[in-house]
Design a protein around this ligand. Structure first.
Ligand code: J2J
Length: 538
């Protein structure tokens, strides 16, 4: 079992409550409040389906009773792998209502990741779509069943085959628990990670609800807002910055987009009067190009949040004029800290910085390699602590030693600098993570998969600049006797069951890793050298 209460030290918890950030609200209470206050207002739109707040709450309650009838008990973790569909919300609020703890896998995750997450979370159940984005999740469910013995139940949204269909998952509502402790873990997000395998990020009701309530105030989300979920709903960005959770908290309307492309998103924006959405920079660029001919479709759009990866000022400058809306940069992380540019910031700040934290109680440090604060304006490592930043990953003592300081600051891994006026400018990463169009890829994780190939002697994965993606991944591989073909290595990685976005964009076979000087070269130094050589050759 997970501990009932997330270990924010008591003195901090008390401070956050006294400041009015943690108000004791929980996710079940949030939905109940809205169903009572604005029952007939539309909460979520998915294609032709439009569910009111009352309908969403009714479905969540019914799912909750079904989950309880399966023998799933409060505190147990449930791995959820759903696309941008209305059921994402009814299932997740159903899990909250039953006291269960969703773990949010991305639709792109495949069996290596899914099995790892289920094991790490000791998940009791798995809930997935039958088919989404061209992929059938039922064979994945079968693989998971045999590889993760804690998974007792599989529930499928759609055609369930031998599994239980969501609509057949029913039960009596009387057995449902009361509202959870607001300080308890509500769900777990997945960390992009820079080492090994993805980590689990436990978020509490108190801390997370504060993060999107605070985001609403900064982004101007109200009951009149219509939020388009263009990015995958499982991502922290569309979930909470201010995202669909912020929108539901304000009583607004959430519109699910099955894809973020202009072809899909623009007609939805026009039809539903979408006022706000969030995109990663490569998508923002795509929208700018598409808007040249279809700008009327965007007439209702007021705010576009862009984040997840660095937005270069040249693109930032084009957003307002091209899309006819206000740009708001957001620099956030599933572990907590979220920064926004403010609508009343000077234009230069909005175009060239990634903003400042949500909360006056966010403690942000910029430090050198020895954790000493650097002079203002000097680049350094960003450390964060505050009312919605985790103090530990779930069930991962080794990662926790690396990722947190002794006094509880999270080491974000980002290299930043404080711009004049106190806004943060993101300069890059301290560790080896590839930010591929906002999807985070751990170099080490991909290297480990490559090393499992019988013809691979060694491998190093690095990020290289890419016009379209921001960064793409390049794997340098040393063969054993037989040289594997790049296509064969790609197929091998796919068969190992990793998300498509982790498969190297380029694979370069090299005879050896050139190492200079004496002694052992760290992986980090090796990757840096390979990256430099690559860039020098361009
Ligand atoms: C540069 N790098 C950025 C930005 C995130 C809102 C927005 C994004 C995320 C997210 C999120 C960046 N410029 N504007 O959770 O609530 C990189 C940093 C950061 C990492 C976190 C949210 N915005 N990044 O992207 O957990 O390197 O969250 O540490 O996926 O993305 O990734 P993730």
């Amino acid at each position: 079992m997970i501990p009932a209460v997330q270990p924010f030290p008591e003195a901090f918890a008390q401070r956050y409550r006294e400041a009015g950030y943690w108000r004791g609200e929980t996710f079940p209470a949030l939905l109940r409040r809205q169903a009572e206050a604005r029952g007939e207002a539309i909460a979520v739109v998915d294609g032709e389906r439009r569910w009111s707040y009352r309908e969403l709450a009714r479905r969540a309650e019914a799912h909750a009773a079904g989950f309880a009838a399966l023998g799933l008990r409060p505190g147990e973790r449930v791995l959820v792998q759903l696309g941008n569909v209305a059921e994402f919300l009814s299932v997740v609020f159903g899990l909250f209502r039953a006291g269960l703890v969703p773990v949010f896998a991305l639709p792109a995750h495949r069996h290596a990741e899914i099995v790892h997450l289920a094991r790490r979370a000791e998940a009791a159940a798995y809930i997935a779509s039958d088919f989404y984005g061209g992929f059938d999740y039922r064979p994945l469910a079968r693989q998971l069943r045999s590889a993760a013995p804690t998974v007792r139940e599989v529930v499928i949204v759609g055609e369930a085959e031998e599994f239980l269909a969501l609509e057949a998952c029913v039960g009596e509502p009387d057995g449902l628990p009361g509202d959870p402790d607001p300080a308890s873990v509500a769900f777990m997000q997945i960390s992009g990670g820079s080492t090994g395998l993805p980590k689990l990020i436990p978020r509490t009701h108190d801390d997370y609800i504060y993060s999107f309530r605070g985001s609403n105030a900064i982004c101007g989300v109200t009951a009149a807002s219509v939020y388009l979920v263009a990015l995958p709903a499982a991502h922290n960005f569309p979930m909470s910055s201010p995202g669909y959770m912020g929108t539901l908290h304000a009583g607004g309307r959430v519109v699910m987009a099955p894809a973020p492309s202009p072809e899909t998103a623009f007609p939805l924006i026009a039809r539903e009067g979408v006022t706000i959405t969030g995109l990663v920079p490569p998508l923002a660029l795509l929208w700018i190009d598409a808007a040249a001919t279809r700008r009327d479709a965007l007439a209702s759009l007021e705010v576009l949040l862009v984040g997840g990866a660095k937005l270069i000022p040249e693109v930032a400058r084009r957003i307002g004029p091209a899309l006819g809306c206000r740009l708001q940069q957001v620099f956030g992380m599933a572990e907590g800290l979220v920064n926004y540019t403010r609508h009343d910031d000077p234009e230069a700040v909005i175009l060239t910085t990634q903003g400042r934290p949500i909360s006056p109680h966010d403690e942000v440090l910029i430090v050198d390699d020895a954790d000493r604060p650097v002079a203002a304006g000097t680049p350094g490592h960003l450390l964060a602590r505050g009312p919605y930043t985790i103090r530990a990953y779930h069930n991962d003592p080794e990662a926790n030693r690396r990722a947190f300081t002794a006094d509880g600051f999270y080491r974000t891994g980002d290299i930043v600098r404080l711009a004049a006026g106190g806004s943060i400018e993101v300069l890059g990463r301290a560790n080896d993570q590839i930010n591929r169009a906002g999807e985070k890829v751990s170099a080490e994780e991909v290297e480990n998969h490559l090393l499992a190939h019988p013809d691979v002697f060694d491998a190093a994965v690095v990020s290289v600049p890419d016009d379209r993606l921001g960064e793409r991944s390049c794997a340098f591989v040393i063969a054993r006797e037989r040289e594997p073909k790049p296509a064969a290595l790609r197929r091998f990685l796919r068969e190992r069951g990793i998300a498509f976005f982790k498969i190297p964009d380029e694979i370069v076979l090299v005879p050896a890793f050139e190492t200079t000087g004496v002694g052992k070269v760290s992986r980090k130094a090796l990757r840096a050298r390979l990256r430099q050589d690559y860039l020098a050759r361009q």
